[in-house]
Design a protein around this ligand. Structure first.
Ligand code: SF4
Length: 688
C-alpha cells in the first residue's frame, strides 16, 4: 500500500505524517515533507505512532450494562434514555462531554445535536482544561476567538517570548522550528518566562524564573514601561479602546511581586520595548489559572498598545495543547459558543444557525462549563451524560469526586476505543469508537491550519466513527438533518454554515471549501484568500461592535497563601514523551525510557526539610486526594513549588493520579480550572 497522508493525533502543532502499512500489520510513520506545519519533522511521540496501533484490548462491540449488544440495541437505548430524560426533566438535564481528540466533523454533529435539536448548550470539552482562558481573552480583546499569529511568525520575529510554555516538550516540532531559526539567525532572541527551569530554557537567551502566578504583574509592568518610554503606537491606538483605564490598573503592579532580579526584569523590559518584531507565545502556564483570562489580556494589552499584532513576525500567539482544540473552537464546541465564531447570546446569530439547520429549537443561553457540568452530574441536575473520547474520571480537577459523580449518574454513555479506562468502567452503555488511522475527518492546528486525518486501516470489530454514532442517535430521537453519507458531506455542510457566518461578519468563513475534493484536501490555513497576508488585525479592524480592539484593565493578583497544613503549591504538567493518560504512548516501551514513572520534582531545600531522599517515595495529599510519587530532587523548581506530571493513573505506588489533588477552582471568565497551584502536604511515604 502506498503512503496515506494524515495528521498526528497528539499536540496542537498538527504535524503532517505519511502512514504506510506494510500489509503484515505494521505501519511505517514518517513526517510529511509537504505539510506546512512540520516539513517532514516529527517529535519522538509522533515518530512512534506506528507502534501504538495494536488493536489488542480494544473495545470491539457495544455493551449495555456490561453485556455485549448490537449497535441497534445500544443506539436505541441511548436515544430512548436521552429522549425520556429530556421529556421528564427538560433539555438541560442531559449533557455531552467531548474532547479535543475528536475530529471537526464529530464536533460539528455533537454541537448541532445538542444546541440545535435538544435545545441545550450543555456541551463542553476537555479543551476547557487547556485553552479556555485564551478563548475568553481573545473574545474580550478582539470581539472574536481569532488567533492572529502563525508558526512562521516565530521564525520571522527578532524576539520570541515564551510565557508558561515548555515548548521543547509540549510542542516539540514548533520548538525545533524555532531553534532552527535561531541557529540560522543568532540575532533572534528568545526569552522564557516560567517559574521552572524547563528544557525550553536551554535554548533561550534569558530565563525569567517568575514568582508562580505573577504573569499579569510582569506584563502590567511592561505596559507601564512602554508608556513611560514613549514606546506605544499612537497610530495603532486609534484602533484600540480602554488605554487609560488599563494603564491605571497596570500601575498597581510592583516589581517585587514578580520575584525577579532587578537586572533581569530591566533587561526583559528593554528588550521587549526595543524590538519591533516580537511574538509572545503562551500556553497552559498562563491559561490554567483562576486568573488566566486576565493574564492573557495583560499580554494582549502590550501587543495592542504597540501595534505589534497582525504583521509578519509579531503578535500574541496562544498555542493549543490538543490536536483539534482549535477545530472544536471553530465549530462552537464549547458551552458558551456557537458555531463558526458566532455568538450564542446574539439572537441574530442564533436565528441564522437555526434557520440553516432547520432545527426545531436553539439553545439561547450558555450551558455548563466542564467543572460545573460535573457538579451538576453530582447533584442530579444532569441525569444523562454522554462522554466521547476522554477520561474525566482521572483527568478532571478533583478527579475522585468527578468519578463518584459519574458513578452516581442515572445514565452514562461512553464512546471510546478502550473498555478499561476509569470512565469507561462507569458507563451504562459503552460504544466502540474508531481510533486514529481508522477514521476520516479534519483537524485544525494552533495556527488555523485545517488538515485531513485519513484512514489507512479498518476499525477493529464493530468500532464506528463518533460522528456516525451521534448522527444515529439523533435520527433515533426523531431529528432530521443527520443523514450524511460520510464525513465529506458533513464537512461540506459545516463549510456552508461558515459562509452564513461570514455573511454576518464572522472571520471564520471557509465556504470556498464547499465541494472541494475532500479526499485530496491539502492543508489549508484560513482565511484562504490570505487577505492581509493571512494575518488578522494588522489593518486595525476587529470584531467588536465599534470595530476597535479592547484593552482590558487587569488588576494582577497572586495566588492566595496556602493553608499551614498544606504549605506546598503543586504545579502539574506534561513530560516530553507521553500523551495525556498514556493509553497510546504508554504502550510503547521506548517512550518510557525518558521518564518511566510518576514523580515529584522537589527543590533541594524542601527535600532536606521533609527528609526526602532521591528516588524515595513521597506522599502528596490534600483534602481532595492522595498520590504517591517517586522523588526527584532538583533546583529546576522553586522552593515550595514542586512539579508533578499528570499522565500516570496507577493504583499502586508510585501512583500518579495527580488531578485528584487539583481543586475545581476556576477562572471566573473562562471557567478554566487552576491546574498549576494545588495546595498540598508532602511527607515521606510509608506503606500502610
Ligand atoms: Fe505530533 Fe505534536 Fe510531535 Fe508534531 S510536535 S509529531 S503534532 S506530538
Amino acid at each position: 500500500m502506498t503512503g496515506v497522508r494524515s495528521t498526528c493525533p497528539y499536540c496542537g502543532v498538527g504535524c503532517g505524517v505519511i502512514a504506510t502499512p506494510d500489509g503484515k500489520g505494521s505501519v511505517q510513520i514518517k513526517g510529511d515533507p509537504d505539510h506546512p506545519a512540520n516539513r517532514g519533522r516529527l517529535c519522538v511521540k509522533g515518530a512512534a505512532l506506528g507502534e501504538t496501533l495494536s488493536t489488542g484490548g480494544r473495545l470491539l462491540s457495544p455493551t449495555i450494562r456490561g453485556q455485549e449488544a448490537t449497535w441497534n440495541s445500544a443506539l436505541d437505548e441511548v436515544a430512548a434514555r436521552f429522549s425520556q430524560t429530556i421529556a421528564a426533566h427538560g433539555p438541560d438535564s442531559v449533557a455531552l462531554y467531548v474532547s479535543g481528540q475528536l475530529l471537526t466533523e464529530d464536533y460539528y454533529v455533537a454541537n448541532k445535536l445538542m444546541k440545535g435539536f435538544i435545545g441545550s448548550a450543555n456541551i463542553d470539552t476537555n479543551s476547557r482544561l487547556c485553552m479556555a482562558s485564551s478563548v475568553a481573552g481573545h473574545r474580550r480583546a478582539f470581539g472574536s476567538d481569532t488567533v492572529p499569529g502563525q508558526y512562521e511568525d516565530l521564525e520571522l520575529a527578532d524576539l520570541v517570548v515564551l510565557v508558561g510554555s515548555n515548548l521543547a516538550w509540549c510542542h516539540p516540532v514548533l520548538h525545533q522550528r524555532l531553534m532552527a531559526a535561531k541557529a540560522a539567525r543568532p540575532a533572534l532572541k528568545i526569552v522564557v518566562i516560567d517559574p521552572r527551569r524547563t528544557a525550553t530554557c536551554e535554548g533561550a537567551d534569558l530565563h525569567l524564573a517568575l514568582a508562580p502566578g505573577a504573569d499579569a504583574h510582569l506584563f502590567n509592568l511592561l505596559l507601564c514601561h512602554l508608556a513611560d518610554q514613549g514606546q506605544m503606537s499612537a497610530d495603532f491606538l486609534a484602533h484600540v479602546s480602554g488605554l487609560e483605564a488599563t494603564l491605571a490598573a497596570a500601575r498597581s503592579a510592583t516589581a517585587a511581586e514578580t520575584g525577579l532580579a532587578a537586572a533581569d526584569l530591566a533587561a526583559f523590559l528593554a528588550l521587549w520595548a526595543g524590538t519591533e518584531r516580537v511574538v509572545t507565545v503562551y500556553s497552559q502556564g498562563v491559561n490554567q489559572s483562576d486568573s488566566g483570562t486576565d493574564k492573557v489580556n495583560a499580554i494582549l494589552n502590550c501587543h495592542l498598545a504597540t501595534g505589534r499584532i497582525g504583521r509578519s513576525g509579531m503578535g500574541p500567539f496562544s498555542v493549543t495543547g490538543q490536536p483539534n482544540a482549535m477545530g472544536g473552537r471553530e465549530v462552537g464546541g464549547l458551552a458558551n459558543m456557537l458555531a463558526c465564531h458566532l455568538d450564542l447570546e446574539n439572537p441574530i446569530h442564533r436565528d441564522a444557525v437555526q434557520s440553516f439547520w432547520s432545527s426545531p429549537t436553539m439553545a439561547d443561553k450558555p450551558g455548563l462549563k466542564a467543572v460545573d457540568m460535573f457538579r451538576a452530574v453530582e447533584d442530579g441536575r444532569i441525569k444523562a451524560l454522554w462522554i466521547l473520547h476522554t477520561n474525566p474520571a482521572v483527568t478532571m480537577p478533583d478527579a475522585d469526586r468527578v468519578a463518584r459523580a459519574i458513578a452516581g449518574c442515572d445514565f452514562v454513555v461512553v464512546s471510546d476505543i478502550w473498555p478499561t479506562t476509569d470512565t469507561a468502567r462507569l458507563a451504562h452503555v459503552l460504544l466502540p469508537t474508531a481510533g486514529w488511522g481508522e477514521k476520516d475527518g479534519t483537524v485544525t492546528n494552533s495556527e488555523r491550519m485545517i488538515s485531513r486525518q485519513r484512514a489507512f486501516a479498518a476499525p477493529p470489530g464493530q468500532a464506528r466513527a463518533d460522528w456516525w454514532q451521534l448522527a444515529q442517535v439523533a435520527q433515533r430521537m426523531g431529528f432530521a438533518g443527520f443523514d450524511w453519507d460520510g464525513p465529506s458531506a458533513l464537512f461540506d455542510e459545516y463549510a456552508a454554515l461558515s459562509g452564513v457566518a461570514g455573511g454576518l461578519g464572522s472571520d471564520f468563513d471557509i465556504s470556498v471549501l464547499v465541494g472541494a475534493d475532500y479526499a485530496t484536501l491539502a492543508p489549508t490555513m484560513w482565511p484562504q484568500a490570505r487577505k492581509r497576508g493571512g494575518r488578522f488585525f494588522g489593518d486595525g479592524r476587529f470584531h467588536t461592535p465599534d470595530g476597535r480592539a479592547r484593552m482590558v484593565p487587569v488588576t494582577a493578583r497572586l495566588p492566595e497563601v496556602t493553608p499551614a497544613a498544606q504549605p506546598f503549591r503543586l504545579n502539574t504538567g506534561r513530560v516530553r514523551d507521553q500523551w495525556h493518560t498514556m493509553t497510546r504512548t504508554g504502550t510503547v516501551p521506548r517512550l518510557s525510557q525518558h521518564l518511566g514513572e510518576p514523580y515529584l520534582e522537589v527543590h533541594p531545600t524542601d527535600a532536606a526539610r521533609l527528609g526526602l531522599a532521591p528516588a524515595s517515595l513521597a506522599e502528596v495529599s490534600n483534602d481532595l486526594g492522595r498520590s504517591v510519587l517517586r522523588v526527584m530532587i532538583s533546583d529546576r523548581v522553586q522552593p515550595g513549588h514542586p512539579f508533578a506530571p499528570m499522565h500516570w493513573t496507577g493504583e499502586t505506588a508510585p501512583t500518579g493520579r495527580i488531578d485528584a489533588l487539583v481543586p475545581g477552582r476556576t477562572d471566573p471568565v473562562s471557567g478554566q480550572p487552576a491546574s498549576k497551584s494545588a495546595a498540598v502536604a508532602i511527607r515521606p511515604f510509608a506503606a500502610r
